[in-house]
Write a protein that binds this ligand. Structure first.
Ligand SMILES: NC(=O)c1ccc[n+]([C@@H]2O[C@H](COP(=O)([O-])OP(=O)(O)OC[C@H]3O[C@@H](n4cnc5c(N)ncnc54)[C@H](O)[C@@H]3O)[C@@H](O)[C@H]2O)c1
Length: 252
């Protein structure tokens, strides 16, 4: 994305990890960002650290249609315009499938799948008026592989890929492209917590990954920036795998 393609982009989960790395990448190229995350102080701090002027931070919860609705009302009042959406809010909550609580399952699906749908639907009226409208959702290798103890997560990510294909076809006449990225393991606070708590051993992950390492958040941000930008104008309804070759690797 170069400076002539400046966009206004909203990012859920924008105060941390992949969402924040995407915000930094886009801001450094002259784009205007709206960061949406749970905690106002955290989101304000993230906005303050972005390059450039005019960015805003909004505390909102993607599990609430009202909360997301009022966030988009603030965007409409502040800018009257929107070009891009990145749905990157998320949690991890590993648990065996036979004993995971209904509450955990529902929360994972609510945040990841319904949260992405809420973001896309709330953005729709503004995106209809943009000449370069693009939505990018966060899928995962969990949509392709049976990652153990991730029932709700894997189901939600598989659902996101179905949502992406559906909206891509339905909203094509309005000029809205809809895609996903499906990262493998990325060095973010969410994954650091899994490693620090002893739940995830990084060594087998590195051994299984042909590129031999975790991704940096900026490596996912670059792909999201590409899918948002008019440079990817003929790509819609896709999920781009970014996993260092992990899902195509047959270890022998
Ligand atoms: N890190 C990885 O290895 C990896 C791999 C594949 C996909 N992903 C996906 O990327 C996305 C970002 O993950 P991350 O690793 O950067 O995580 P992260 O924990 O660093 O950031 C997630 C952000 O989402 C916010 N959030 C959580 N629940 C929310 C809610 N209800 N409303 C609004 N915001 C909420 C959190 O406050 C946090 O700031 C997630 O969808 C995740 O599933 C991550």
């Amino acid at each position: 994305m170069n400076k002539t393609d400046k966009m206004t982009v909203v990012i859920s989960g924008g105060a941390s990890g992949i969402g924040y790395a995407t915000a930094k990448t886009l801001a450094s190229r002259g784009n205007r960002l709206v960061l949406v995350d749970l905690d106002q102080e955290k989101v304000d701090q993230a906005v303050e650290e972005l390059e450039g002027e005019g960015h805003i931070g909004i505390s909102a919860d993607v599990t609430s249609t009202d909360s997301i609705g009022s966030a988009f009302e603030t965007i409409r009042r502040s800018f009257g315009h929107l070009d891009g959406v990145v749905a990157a809010a998320g949690i991890v909550d590993p648990s065996p499938s036979e004993s995971v609580s209904d509450e955990s399952l529902e929360r994972l699906i609510d945040i990841h799948l319904l949260g992405s749908i809420r973001m896309a639907r709330a953005a729709y009226p503004l995106l209809c008026d943009s000449a370069k409208a693009s939505i990018v959702c966060l899928s995962s290798m969990g949509a392709r592989l049976g990652v153990p103890q991730r029932l709700g997560y894997n189901v939600a990510k598989s659902g996101i890929e179905g949502m992406v294909r559906t909206l891509a076809v339905e909203w094509v006449r309005q000029g809205i492209r809809v895609n996903a990225v499906a990262p493998g393991w990325v060095k973010t606070p969410a994954i650091a917590n899994l490693i620090d708590s002893g739940f995830l051993d990084p060594t087998p992950v590195e051994e299984r990954t042909p590129l031999g390492r975790f991704a940096e958040p900026t490596e996912i941000a670059e792909a999201i920036a590409f899918l948002l930008s008019p440079t990817s104008s003929y790509i819609t309804g896709q999920s781009l795998t970014i996993d260092g070759g992990m899902t195509i690797h047959f270890p022998q």
